[in-house]
Design a protein around this ligand. Structure first.
Ligand code: SF4
Length: 312
């Protein structure tokens, strides 16, 4: 098991002794769960028909190694967040309950900081009858070593690829090395799963194994989005992975501007992303994805709900 007395699970490698306290991300000595649900609004090959009672068996974990300024899950992802502590035995029981409720898969959301406990929990659940695929639903800020440790545990990687530019990833996620970490981890994910495999279940093509790459288009940075697609294309075969373009960016979760006279230094950081994306920005990225030979999903920009439309 990875040492948690000198934690180096994520690229921060902060070296925290998590047996005695919490790391930079806020994670401590046991996984903390924020909530558990049957999720109907992941990509259709993960959640199935949203009108069905079945869906993805999502387990949301607290904390996150990345900490983007615009995070929509800030309430559960920030270092000060707290969830319900669960042992690997307790987690394995949660997974089996979700399977009994008809979940298509076990969807581990923001799992990275709890990797060693989760491999143990999935192993226990498998011994006790878990047969559905396990999904690693991550911000993409991983180390290849951590991803390699998931071989035999995870069937589907549902990973973000957020940025290319070190300047932009430094500005919004304090992670100038994000692109190289995400690229090297993506390579490892694909090495583990190979090309995606779908199987018809309830009349829908559901993913059994493979990699889904999500990219959230953010305002003012369409060129960076296009560069991200180039990096992905050069890292994994576009026709063998699923791309999911996301249009749901909202500035609502950014810290409010400070009430003060004189310039607020944070205005420079947030100014470019304090709006929604435009149709032009989204369509440019969508066209680039098609040019690169990706297929998959593009979130409907005009919809307030998380609707997906197949193919580009
Ligand atoms: S997972 Fe958390 S505690 Fe571990 S290295 Fe990363 S930031 Fe530090």
């Amino acid at each position: 098991m990875t040492s948690i007395s000198n934690c180096r699970i994520c690229p921060r490698k902060c070296g925290a002794d998590r047996t005695a306290g919490r790391g930079r991300c806020g994670a401590g000595a046991l996984p903390e769960v924020s909530h558990v649900m049957i999720h109907h609004w992941e990509e259709p090959c993960i959640s199935g028909d949203p009108k069905s009672e079945r869906g993805s068996g999502a387990v949301f974990f607290t904390h996150c190694p990345l900490g983007c300024v615009f995070c929509q899950n800030g309430k559960i992802s920030r270092p000060g967040s707290r969830g319900e502590e669960k042992t690997p035995e307790e987690l394995s029981a949660v997974f089996l309950e979700l399977q009994d409720k008809g979940a298509y898969n076990i969807n581990l959301v923001s799992p990275t900081q709890y990797t060693p406990w989760l491999t143990e929990a999935v192993g226990l659940a498998r011994q006790n009858g878990l047969t559905i695929p396990v999904v690693w639903n991550t911000g993409g800020y991983e180390t290849p070593e951590t991803i390699a440790s998931l071989s035999g545990t995870v069937d589907i990687f549902l990973t973000d690829f957020k940025y290319c530019s070190p300047y932009i990833s430094g500005k919004y996620s304090s992670a100038p090395e994000y692109m190289s970490a995400a690229r090297d981890s993506l390579k490892e994910m694909y090495r583990i799963t190979g090309p995606y495999v779908m199987e018809k279940t309830d009349g829908i093509s559901m993913m059994k194994s493979g990699v889904i790459i999500r990219h959230l288009v953010i305002p003012s940075h369409r060129r960076d989005s296009e560069a991200v697609l180039d990096v992905i294309k050069d890292t994994v075969p576009p026709e063998s992975v699923v791309l999911s373009l996301m249009a749901q960016y909202t500035p609502d979760f950014l810290p409010a501007p400070k009430r003060r006279t004189g310039p607020d230094p944070r205005d420079d950081i947030y100014r470019k992303i304090r709006r929604r994306i435009t149709t032009f920005e989204y369509e440019s990225v969508r066209e680039k994805a098609a040019e690169c030979g990706f297929s998959g999903y593009a979130q409907d920009r005009s919809s307030a709900t998380k609707n997906f439309t197949p193919d580009f």
